[in-house]
Structures are given as structure tokens and as C-alpha cells.
Design a protein around this ligand. Structure first.
Ligand code: UGA
Length: 486
């Protein structure tokens, strides 16, 4: 089929490339001329596994790039809208980019085309889209509108697209239903998986993708509910982690036990410094705004957000309890991205924590395998130093902080770590190690939801102080004057 994908961000670019991979003719559109020129030269603007290889395979063949919505729409059977839906000041999704694209699409509509909303949007956006297309001159009967939410995680977006848990199609008429079914046929019949050069399947991937067909409103709601539920799972686990720590239990053991109940499942049960990224924080807020519009106070989501912010403070408290005062202390920070396998630093818990530490007067030297470039653009991080690799970051540091779950941070040479650090202190916000791995090499190990682990000769150095001193939390909730004093 012929497909136009409007917006070449994370979702648009991955979707366009994967549509080409499963056999469609695709035009990927963006109004950013520099980005289109870059893509045409074969450069990939985001860090995403398998994307460079797939772009190479299809660029100039089944996958073309353009700045013109009209050109792409004229040539397409289906038009996917993949533009940003950022949060507005009230927490609601700002749909002005979707509306602007709708008016451009409207003027190019001829014949029966399917306009598909793929960006994460509040329920009923499809109805607004339909209305906007008509008001902007699209002839009645020249289009139908559908919802096809994406469930792509950054870092594994290509395999998430090609081996989905499910494909959700929200269609209110026959044309959109049959068009979307046809588009995804190579995945739902499994014919794509028979080909020779396909992208390797993740473990336990089904050989035929499951498709769920609903009406448009249900599909829109599925996306918001799924992201809010996952965010809730993380906040729940982080709260249990804090309790586990308090009572001397081990959150990894607790989660292994809880997650082995098939009704709960083992995934998204990793305790840490809270969720971040461009999706969960924004979608939880936007879903709450949807509930408000229905006259319902979704207080559960307020708690999810509160716990998430609190988790950054829990980590900062650990740093203070390990190091006493922070002014002038040298800290090595491993990780800047909001999670591993991505260069995305939007709403990154690592960045929020570093900002708070800098505001308290600590000196931070950071390393991330992919996100240093994007971090340099953040002006609030004045004074942050960047290291060439993980070991360079920790040389002479008073403590090592692990902030992002990159695989390479889970396999550090711990003997080398112990030798390079000034004090033998590791504070791990992602629970990447067993406690005894650290103590065996003489390191004191603080993690989330597990008690502090220390080698025998350093047990006293790792003890929690008896009375808790409440110190200002820079960068997160600064008491007045704290930042200027820092
Ligand atoms: C998320 C969803 O997982 C995708 O299904 C969805 O399509 C996407 O949002 C979206 O709406 O576009 P993403 O934001 O890329 O994907 O990242 P996740 O892998 O979900 O991680 C989100 C955050 O939660 C990260 O900061 C991660 O470190 C944290 N996390 C995740 C935990 O703290 N614990 C866990 O067990 C899992």
C-alpha cells in the first residue's frame, strides 16, 4: 500500500521505516528542512537499534522523504499523523500540531483515504480530527479517520513495531478497518517473519502478531490507560522498595516473588529512581485531564506522580547519607538518558538528580554512551563535566552514582572501580548489581529497596545516621534562596 507518515520524530521515523520494511511504499514528511536533508543523506537523527540498517535498506527505494504534506497525501492510501502532542500548562495534551497537520491534509484530500492518528492523544481526538478535516475543506466522503496507537519503547522501537504484543486498530467504518488490516497483514499473517533478511525476533516473540479491532474511542483510551498503568506499576514498586528497605527485605527478591504470579507478570517491576521520558510523565497528566473532563478525580494518578517525584528525593537522601555534606564533593554520574539504549534526555530522572546535586554545590562528572550531545544543550546543567568513558568519570571521585540502566554499566570491572574511586562508595539508582558483588571487592553499595551492603571493615562507615537531618533538595523543590546559596 502507499503510506504517508507526517512527522519524522521517534514514532514517525520508526513507523515509516518499518512500514517500508514490511513492504509498503512510504513517504516520510517533516517540516524541518534540516532533518529531511539529513535523512536523505542517510544520517539518523536518533539513537535506535536497527534503525540505521533499515533506513539504508529502504531509503531512496520504498522509503522517500519530503517536506510537503500535500505531495505525500496525494500519493497515499493511508496517512499516519505522528506529530508531537506535548503537555500544555494545564497538563492536557496540546493538540495544536495535530490540528495544523489536519488542515494541511484537508486541502490535499481527494478520493477515499484513511487518516490515522498514531501519536498519543486524548480520547475523542478522532472526532475532532474528522471535524477539523471537514471545516478545512475536505469533501465529505473523501476520507475516513482511525486510531492506531503506537506502543513503541525508545531503544527497542524497531522490534516493538515488527514483533508487537498487539496491534490496536480503532476504526468506526469499513474503509479504515480494512485498510489498516491490510497494512499490518505481513505481521498478522506472519508472512514477514518467513522472509530471509528480517530483523531478529526478541525472545518469545509470537510468529503472528495479534490485532485488536475496536472503535476509535476505545483505541484512544487503550493507549492512555496502558501508559498510566505501567507508570502506576513503577510507582507501586518504588513504594514497596522503600518499605522493603525500611524492614530489611530485598526488593529484587520481593519482585521476583510478586512478578511470578501470572496475573501480575515480571515486567516493569524494577525499582529505581522513578520513570521519565517523553511519554509516561506527559501521558499520566493528560489522562488525568481526560478524567477531569468527565467530572472524575483520578486521584490515583496524582499519587503515581507524587511517588515518582519522591523517588528522586529518596535517591538524593542516600547520596547525603553516604557522603554527609555535598558541597565540593566530586561525584561520578553514570547515565544521563532517561533510560538505557536511548539518547533521549527528556524528563530524565538522571538529569533531575544531577541538577539537584549541582545546586547543592557538588561537582559532577558524567558519562553516558549516547546522551552527552543532547545533555550539552540543557542550560541548567552549567558546571557539569563530561567524561570520555565510565572509568574516566569515576577517577578520583568521592562516590560513583549509577543513574541509567545501560547494559555497559551493569558489567563494570569492579576491582578497577574500587581502585579508581577516592572513597569506596557506589550508589546505584537502578539496582544493576548483587550486593555481594560490590562488597567482595571492598565497595560500600547503596541501592534501591535493599539495605546498604558494606565490607566488614567498613560496616561502621556505612551505617545510617541515627537522627535524620533535613537538607534542601536542589533542583527538585528548592526552598527559597537555596539555589542562589549553592
Ligand atoms: C513507553 C511505553 O513503554 C511504550 O509502550 C509507549 O509506546 C511509549 O512510552 C509511548 O507512549 O510512546 P518509553 O517512554 O520509551 O516507552 O520507555 P519505557 O521503557 O516504558 O520506560 C519509561 C521509564 O520507566 C524509564 O525512565 C525507565 O527507566 C522507567 N522504568 C521502566 C522503571 O523505572 N522501571 C521499570 O521496571 C521499567
Amino acid at each position: 500500500m502507499r503510506i504517508a507518515v507526517i512527522g519524522s520524530g521517534y514514532v514517525g521515523l520508526v513507523s515509516a521505516t518499518c512500514f517500508a520494511e514490511i513492504g509498503h511504499e512510504v513517504i516520510s514528511v517533516d517540516n524541518n528542512a534540516a532533518k529531511i536533508a539529513m535523512l536523505e543523506r542517510g544520517e539518523v537523527p536518533i539513537h535506535e537499534q536497527f534503525l540505521p540498517g533499515l533506513l539504508d535498506r529502504h531509503r531512496g527505494r520504498r522509503l522517500k522523504f519530503s517536506q510537503s504534506v500535500a505531495e505525500a497525501v496525494e500519493k497515499a492510501d493511508a496517512v499516519f499523523i505522528c506529530v508531537g502532542t506535548p503537555p500544555s500548562a494545564t497538563g492536557e495534551a496540546d493538540l495544536s500540531f495535530v490540528e495544523a497537520v489536519a488542515s494541511e491534509i484537508a486541502s490535499a484530500l481527494r478520493g477515499g483515504k484513511v487518516i490515522v492518528e498514531k501519536s498519543t492523544v486524548p480520547v475523542r481526538t478522532c472526532e475532532w480530527l474528522r471535524k477539523s478535516l471537514l471545516l478545512n475543506g475536505a469533501p465529505l466522503g473523501s476520507f475516513s479517520v482511525a486510531s492506531n496507537p503506537e506502543f513503541l519503547r525508545e531503544g527497542t522501537a524497531v522490534t516493538d513495531f515488527l514483533y508487537p504484543d498487539r496491534i490496536v486498530v480503532g476504526a468506526d467504518d469499513e474503509l479504515s478497518r480494512t485498510t489498516l488490516q491490510k497494512i499490518y497483514e505481513p505481521l498478522t499473517t506472519g508472512s514477514y517473519y518467513q522472509r530471509e533478511s528480517f530483523i531478529p525476533a526478541p525472545e518469545a516473540a509470537p510468529l503472528k502478531a495479534r490485532i485488536i479491532i475496536t472503535n476509535a474511542r476505545s483505541a484512544e483510551l487503550i493507549k492512555h490507560a496502558a501508559n498510566a498503568f505501567l507508570a502506576m506499576k513503577i510507582s507501586f514498586v518504588n513504594t514497596v522498595a522503600n518499605i522493603a528497605e525500611c524492614v530489611g527485605a530485598d526488593i529484587t527478591e520481593v519482585c521476583a516473588g510478586v512478578g511470578s504470579d501470572s496475573r501480575i507478570g515480571p515486567r516493569f517491576l524494577n525499582a529505581g529512581i522513578g520513570y521519565g521520558g517523553s511519554c509516561f510523565p506527559k501521558d499520566v497528566q493528560a489522562f488525568q485531564a481526560v478524567a477531569n473532563h468527565c467530572g472524575y478525580d483520578f486521584g490515583l494518578l496524582t499519587e503515581v506522580m507524587r511517588i515518582n517525584a519522591e523517588q528522586r528525593r529518596v535517591f538524593l537522601k542516600k547520596v547525603r547519607s553516604a557522603l554527609w555534606t555535598l558541597r565540593g564533593k566530586k561525584l561520578a554520574a553514570l547515565g544521563l538518558a532517561f533510560k538505557g539504549d536511548t539518547d533521549d534526555v527528556r524528563e530524565s530522572p538522571a538529569i533531575e538528580i544531577i541538577e539537584a546535586l549541582l545546586a547543592e554545590g557538588a561537582k559532577v562528572r558524567a558519562y553516558d554512551p549516547a546522551a552527552i550531545g543532547k545533555t550539552r544543550e540543557i542550560s541548567e546543567l552549567n558546571g557539569l563535566e563530561y567524561a570520555a568513558d565510565a572509568y574516566d568519570a569515576m577517577t578520583g571521585a568521592d562516590a560513583l552514582l549509577i543513574l541509567t540502566e545501560w547494559k555497559e554499566f551493569a558489567s563494570l570491572d569492579l576491582n578497577r572501580v574500587q581502585k579508581l574511586l577516592k572513597y569506596p562508595i557506589v550508589i546505584d539508582g537502578r539496582n544493576l548489581y548483587e550486593r555481594n558483588q560490590m562488597t567482595d571487592v571492598g565497595l560500600i553499595y547503596y541501592s534501591i529497596g535493599r539495605s546498604v551492603a558494606a565490607p566488614k571493615h567498613l560496616t561502621a562507615a556505612a551505617q545510617e545516621p541515627e537522627t535524620e537531618v533535613v537538607l534542601p533538595i536542589g533542583g527538585l523543590e528548592l526552598p527559597s534562596g537555596a539555589r542562589s546559596a549553592a
